[in-house]
Design a protein around this ligand. Structure first.
Ligand SMILES: [Zn+2]
Length: 359
């Protein structure tokens, strides 16, 4: 009987084979197109429009030959023989995909992944995430046992849905990558990139999953997407808003609230990408919960025990009044509802008031 960790490893290997084959196929496709475009007069110093035009022409020739049209004899042998190879790669890709789905079906979350609420997700998307992340089990402090995802936040970070802070600025990976070194955003040094652990490939896997959810899901994920878009419309009037194409700006489509703009009648690319991000985060959070039904095994620190973990604002005043010292050197926090031991951070007289107010 295979353990969960073994199933995840087998799935990971199969997914890597799928990805490798897919990459080889794309490289060959691109080479074939480039070969014909160069023959048609393409060279790198041409202006962009002309380069695009020659590539489109090359694509047209390839499509004509593969769909059985007469003519283009100068390229026929090249295209036909390359496509014989491409078919082999495509068949291998399909085989790996189907095997990955079969392995994913053995995962305890398979039923969750194929439930109607997750429409648009499915077994292959699950296989991709497990292929990129491994075992999603929460085993804090035991990386040697595989999965080390003690909270959904770890999963967000691994799949590049978490922002990164550097020199008092916090941005998402694509902003650091595209605008780093420009627009008053510092360029991230290599050491910071490595601390961030950002991967364009993993981000793109999540984006593809998001696109598929957006197309097929009319349940919780579409709701999350719409809620985020509506909130963005209310909170960010400075984003570039234009009329929603679906409802032509009136917020209603087919007599109901428009499912594209959430009833605001407006669209903005910035808001769309932001809403996609939040929808993808919800998916990973739900996947993590389904994978770890008993929640995190990490002991949560009690509120108010460190600068990073301050008490809720509503009780801060009460904490300040009720800090006590005990002979054992532990500080007790008291509020109306409970008394909890707080961590003594090594200081002789650790003051919680200090941790709330800052030094
Ligand atoms: Zn609309």
């Amino acid at each position: 009987m295979e353990t969960l960790a073994e199933t995840c490893t087998r799935l990971g290997n199969c997914y890597q084979s799928y990805r490798r084959t897919q990459r080889s196929r794309i490289v060959i496709e691109n080479r074939l197109r480039a070969e014909i475009a160069v023959d048609l007069g393409y060279y790198s110093r041409l202006d962009e429009a002309k380069r695009e035009e020659l590539f489109a022409q090359a694509r047209g020739i390839i499509d004509a030959i593969t769909s059985g049209e007469e003519g283009h004899d100068a390229y026929r042998d090249l295209v036909e023989s390359t496509h014989l190879a491409l078919d082999q790669f495509a068949a291998r890709e399909k085989g790996f995909k189907s095997t990955a789905e079969k392995i994913a079906k053995k995962l305890p979350v398979a039923e969750w992944a194929t439930a109607p609420e997750q429409k648009g997700f499915g077994l292959f998307s699950l296989a991709k995430i497990v292929g990129e992340c491994g075992d999603l089990t929460s085993r804090p402090g035991k990386p040697e046992e595989g999965g080390n995802y003690e909270s959904p936040a770890k999963l967000w970070k691994r799949m590049c849905l978490a922002p990164f802070s550097f020199r008092e600025q916090t941005h998402m990976g694509c902003t650091w990558r595209v605008y780093g070194g420009r627009k008053e955003i510092p360029a991230l040094p290599a050491s910071e990139w490595s601390a961030y652990g950002y991967s364009g490939r993993r981000r793109s896997v999540m984006y593809t999953i998001g696109e598929s959810l957006l197309k097929a899901n009319d349940g919780p994920y579409r709701e999350r997407y719409l809620a985020a878009k509506v909130a963005a419309y209310q909170n960010h009037p400075d984003w570039n808003w234009t009329d929603c194409t679906k409802c032509e700006g009136n917020g209603k489509a087919e007599g109901a609230t428009c499912r594209t703009c959430g009833g605001t009648g407006k669209k903005s690319k910035h808001a769309h990408l932001h809403a996609m991000l939040l929808m993808e985060k919800l998916l990973l959070k739900n996947l993590w919960k389904a994978w770890n039904p008993r929640g995190s095994s990490m002991r949560r620190p009690c509120p108010g025990t460190s600068r990073r973990n301050p008490p809720p604002r509503s009780v801060q005043g009460r904490f300040q009044r009720d800090v006590r010292e005990t002979p054992a050197g532990r500080t007790y926090l008291r509020n109306r509802h409970n008394i909890r031991p707080a961590v003594n951070h090594g200081a002789d007289t650790f003051s919680v008031t200090e941790s709330i107010r800052g030094p």
